[in-house]
Design a protein around this ligand. Structure first.
Ligand code: ADP
Ligand code: MG
Length: 721
């Protein structure tokens, strides 16, 4: 051993320092034995570029061979796992253009018959002599043991009690057994230098975390399932901690560098608005308004997320903030995700603010009416020019619009407050562009509203740099919406009878058309067909209107106006009505082919009814073909609580993608699962805050480490938001 204290020139034989994640990231996969140029190319297609990517290519699950059964010992009705060899494969076509693949598997103690319906590719995947692991429910059919569509794993000749199963990819030609071999090789080569662990001792001790090196080994080559659990705990923390560290860091930097508008909320306008409401604010509304006003008085810019269930009264709260800005002589902007919603907002806001006046510095009169304008694609050119000019000169006090607000042509005189409704529809970039429209070096206050309740832990991850206000109280006098599932003809009949009865009683109805991913052209056509069928069929004689995304703004506005005024009784619509539409007299909603919608979307849609004093109902129509679809509908029938539904959704969907607008279903988290690991999210947040606020000596190492874990794209994403 050496006692040399000059690390620059270590004596030969001195132990070299462990390699960091960044070091492993710098090593190309070609370094690994068995990966040549051709393999490397196909691995890159699966986003595996470096040795680090291999180390972080985690098993999807494990086969616990201690639980393996001999075919002879399988019991009917129980789940079983067997390992055997394929002895025959037979593909045949059956009725209705379907296929059936019959496979026989033996393990020396007996033979198991396996059938796959409509998976013709199995006939190519499986061949005589191939070793396979099968999981599934054991049935007995004509006196022989069988499994129907079991889970099949091809693990090659991997040994060990616990065998990792890696995600496979046809496209990149990645088989689980190959990955296991490459990872094994990588691990062997990292034994000497080991994998550095930048997490300070105090965290490791407090949380009883194993080291990163051991965790990496154990996740790939565990001895027991308990090893996996320990390894997972540590590596999940690393993932979530990387995100939190970045977010908390951003928040701190912002707090130190950004200067916001110091509003003078005098209460002159807000007071008048509240007096004119005809109802009292809810306790939750008052509390959240206080939070917002406090932020506005502060000279750090507000970055606040306002969450509240559908109908909780978010718009009013936002408007209060906008008016408070106007009181101090600033302009406000309200950005909505769709034309219909922007128009709804404009109508509602103008009505609420009718009669309010502001000080007029530009003319000889002391006051002038408060000016609210709508800027959307539907606004005629002449009006548009005027609105733009008046926005620039400061005559427009509150500008409402769609993403049209972020076009270059829109210039504000002194933008002080920005409200963004239904945040999840907007990209982060759009938020940033709007914010940048403030003059000078002062940032406007930003309030982001969402009616899609985000579970607390997910919010902490996605919006970790925002302060959060929650409207957790509905205005009084609402009767909860009763939700039914119409799975068959009898219920559907009852449903249409109820629609007619509601209309006869003077109420109105929505019929939501099936969701079609293909294109809004096809969706519009299908909505038109649904409309025609209903008007000539069950809804014959009623005043039925149609609303879809392919109509012009003027057409849409006319349809909405007629429905608002009660001139039409039933509105057949696509999901264009999903957000913000506010017609309190509408009391019944029918959602066709409801199994195709997600939980959040169904909850949003349903929120269009139940907005007035009359009891409301919602019918979800259609047989569900998947268990997930069934679970979604059941959740909606059983609960009207958006937060509870969001939790269920998270559990059903897995974590989904939380960063950027990547394709749905793609995960940015490798191991962590926001539903399952919610405690770890909270813990990661706490540790990140403590480390940054106490300037932990390990901080710079950890920040660099986090940047590697997150990757360039995600780090940029988090920095921009
Ligand atoms: P959200 O945007 O949260 O879905 P809205 O702001 O659209 O909810 O409010 C839903 C309806 O409830 C609107 O018609 C609104 O006028 C009304 N409302 C809002 N706050 C109250 C309150 N405190 N008491 C009674 N009605 C309210
Ligand atoms: Mg709203």
């Amino acid at each position: 051993m050496t006692t040399d204290s000059t690390p620059q020139t270590p004596a030969t034989g001195a132990p070299k320092p462990p390699l960091t994640l960044r070091d492993y990231e710098a090593m190309g996969i070609e370094m690994i034995k068995g990966i040549g140029p051709k393999r490397a190319t196909s691995l890159r297609k699966a986003d595996i570029h470096s040795v680090l990517d291999l180390l972080r290519y985690y098993p999807r699950r494990y086969i616990d061979r201690t639980k393996e059964a001999a075919i002879r010992d399988l019991r009917e009705g129980e789940e079983g796992m067997v390992l055997g060899k394929v002895t025959s494969v037979d593909l045949r076509r059956i009725r209705g253009n379907r296929t059936m693949v019959n496979v026989k598997v033996s393990d020396g103690t007996g033979t198991l018959a396996v059938t796959f319906f409509n998976q013709p590719w199995r006939a190519k995947q499986l061949y005589e002599g191939l070793p396979v692991v099968l999981f599934g429910k054991v049935e007995v059919y004509r006196n022989s043991l069988q499994m129907s569509s079991p889970i099949v794993d091809l693990i090659g000749d991997q040994t060990g009690k616990i065998v990792p199963v890696y995600p496979q990819s046809e496209k990149a030609k990645i088989a689980s057994a190959d990955v296991a071999r490459w990872v094994g090789e990588t691990l062997r080569r990292s034994v000497d230098r080991t994998i550095a662990d930048p997490l300070p001792d105090w965290v490791r001790r407090e949380q009883k975390f194993i080291g990163r090196h051991d965790a990496t080994f154990a996740i790939h080559q565990p001895e027991t399932m308990a090893d996996v659990a320990q390894a997972r705990r540590r590596l999940v923390f690393d993932e979530l901690f990387a995100i939190q560290l970045e977010l908390v860091q951003q928040q701190r930097i912002r707090q130190q560098t950004e200067v916001g508008v110091d509003h003078e909320a005098t209460g002159t306008l807000t007071g008048q608005m509240v007096d004119g409401l005809g109802f009292d604010l809810t306790g939750a509304q008052e509390r959240v308004i206080d939070e917002i006003i406090a932020d506005m008085h502060d000279n750090h810019p507000m970055h606040r997320l306002l969450q509240g269930d559908v109908g909780a009264g978010k718009t009013l709260v936002a408007l209060y903030g906008l008016l408070a800005a106007v009181e101090g002589g600033f302009q406000g902007a309200l950005m909505a995700p769709t034309e219909v919603l922007a128009e709804q907002h404009a109508i509602g806001v103008k009505k609420l603010l009718d009669g309010l006046t502001v000080e007029d510095k530009m003319s000889m009169f002391p006051t002038r009416p408060l000016k609210v304008e709508l800027l959307s694609n539907g606004v005629p050119t002449a009006d548009r020019k005027r609105i733009l000019a008046q926005t620039q000169s400061g005559e427009v006090d509150i500008l409402i619009g769609t993403h049209a607000l972020i076009y270059d042509s829109v210039q504000f005189f002194n933008l002080g407050m920005v409200v963004i409704d239904e945040q999840h529809r907007f990209g982060v970039e759009q938020r940033a562009v709007l914010r940048a429209k403030a003059q000078g070096d002062k940032e406007p206050d930003v309030l982001v509203m969402t009616a899609t309740p985000i579970p607390r832990t997910a919010a902490m991850t996605v919006y970790g740099d925002l302060d959060v206000s929650i409207l957790d109280e509905l205005p009084p006098g609402r009767t909860p919406i009763v939700t039914h599932h119409a799975a068959g003809e009898m219920e559907e009949h009852a449903m249409w009878e109820e629609v007619k009865a509601e209309v006869a009683a003077g109420r109105q109805a929505y019929v939501v058309c099936p969701l079609i991913d293909a294109s809004d052209k096809i969706e519009a056509r299908s909505a038109t067909e649904t409309h025609d069928e209903l008007t000539s069929g069950v809804l014959y004689g009623l005043k039925v209107a149609l609303l879809h995304g392919r109509m012009t703004s003027a057409e849409k506005e006319e349809v909405m106006a007629d429905f608002r005024d009660g001139k039409t009784e039933v509105l057949v619509a696509t999901t264009v009505i999903e957000v913000g539409v506010d017609v309190p007299n509408a009391t019944i909603m029918v959602i066709l082919d409801a199994g195709r919608f997600g939980i959040a979307q169904l909850h949003q849609l349903r929120g269009r009814v139940g907005r007035g004093q009359h009891a409301s109902s919602c019918w979800l129509v259609g047989e569900t073909t998947t268990t997930d679809g069934e679970a979604r509908i059941e959740a909606l029938v059983n609960s009207t609580d958006g937060f509870e539904l969001a939790e269920i959704d998270l559990e059903l969907r897995g974590e989904g993608t939380i960063m950027g607008d990547r394709q749905k279903g793609q995960n940015d988290l490798r191991l962590a699962n926001l539903a399952r690991d919610r405690d770890t999210v909270v813990l990661a947040r706490e540790v990140a805050v403590k480390m940054i606020d106490e300037a932990d000596p390990a901080l710079s190492l950890l920040l660099d480490d986090s940047a590697v874990i997150l990757g360039k794209e995600d780090t940029e994403y988090l920095r921009k938001s």
